[in-house]
Design a protein around this ligand. Structure first.
Ligand code: NAD
Ligand code: 4PL
Length: 246
């Protein structure tokens, strides 16, 4: 069923935006949720707001030691059941300003972080004999080649590739690995950035009008990490009001 009763979940980058909405949806479905974020105060505030036993912790998703400790704490001497790799920087940067420092920062934060947490979480699931699941946040900008985010688009393509590969590697243990590609979503980060000015253009491309909300993504994530999606792995589910037709 779609119930997540008794499941232990970690959502990275969940102090705000889409991650916070995912944390809320999983907690409301019965999961015990750890909200992990480089912004620890924000993570704790989000946990207090969500309730249902959610806990907020400080963790930089690019740091192997911090992520390993965070996941061991969340597992409480067992393994977590659900890892949502959501933490990411959503830049708006002209191509002429994309230099090596920007490229490296985005690849580290948006792609390597997914490897770091997935490596540790799936190792722990295997050791505990737990048929857990990993859900990676990609973006429909990978399909659209969206302007002003070239390193981001490249990193999200890497996330989709890694989702397909990891699903193969851990499928034999009953661990499922999937991704979601949202279109433009009115998250806290987007509202505070130049992306907020893009809704008019994006709505023109969508099959249905409207501004995508964090809850639109969270509901699909809650399904994909539930047993109802038990026969789905290695998939990338597009959620963008029909902007992209795969
Ligand atoms: P946001 O900027 O509102 O929130 C991102 C969160 O990640 C913040 O709380 C931030 O502190 C955290 N974070 C950043 N770097 C971190 C690090 N090194 N370690 C731990 N936490 C870190 O973002 P959002 O718009 O809610 O996006 C969430 C996810 O959805 C991202 O993966 C993003 O790429 C993806 N996405 C967003 C959109 C959109 O339009 N908003 C579209 C497609 C995909
Ligand atoms: C279509 O992932 O997919 C803006 C900002 N527009 O982050 C995204 C589109 C943004 C996107 C994204």
């Amino acid at each position: 069923s779609t119930s997540l009763e008794g499941r232990k979940a970690v959502v990275t980058g969940a102090a705000q935006g889409i991650g916070k909405a995912i944390a809320r949806a999983l907690a409301e479905a019965g999961a015990k949720v750890v909200i992990s974020d480089i912004n620890g105060e924000g993570a704790k505030a989000a946990a207090a707001e969500i309730g249902h036993g959610a806990v907020g912790v400080t963790c930089d998703s690019t740091k192997v030691d911090e992520v390993e400790t965070m996941l061991e704490d969340a597992a409480e001497n067992g393994a977590i059941d659900i890892l949502v790799n959501n933490a990411s920087i959503v830049p708006y940067i002209a191509w002429d300003d994309v230099d090596m420092a920007h490229w490296q920062k985005i690849i580290d934060t948006n792609l390597t972080s997914v490897f770091i947490a997935s490596r540790k979480a799936t190792d722990m699931m295997r050791a505990a004999g737990r048929k857990g699941t990993v859900l990676n946040m990609a973006s429909n900008s990978f399909y659209a080649g969206t302007p002003n985010m070239s390193a981001y688009v490249a990193a999200k393509g890497g996330v989709i590739g890694f989702t397909r590969a990891l699903a193969t590697e851990v499928g034999k243990y009953g661990i499922r690995v999937n991704a979601v590609t949202p279109g433009l979503i009115e998250s806290d980060g987007v509202k505070a950035s130049p992306h907020a000015e893009s809704f008019g253009f994006v709505e023109m491309l969508q099959a249905m009008p409207g501004k995508g909300q964090p809850t639109d993504i969270a509901k699909v994530v809650a399904f994909l990490v539930s047993d109802d999606a038990g026969w789905m792995t290695g998939q990338c589910v597009n959620v963008d009001a029909g902007m992209i037709r795969l």
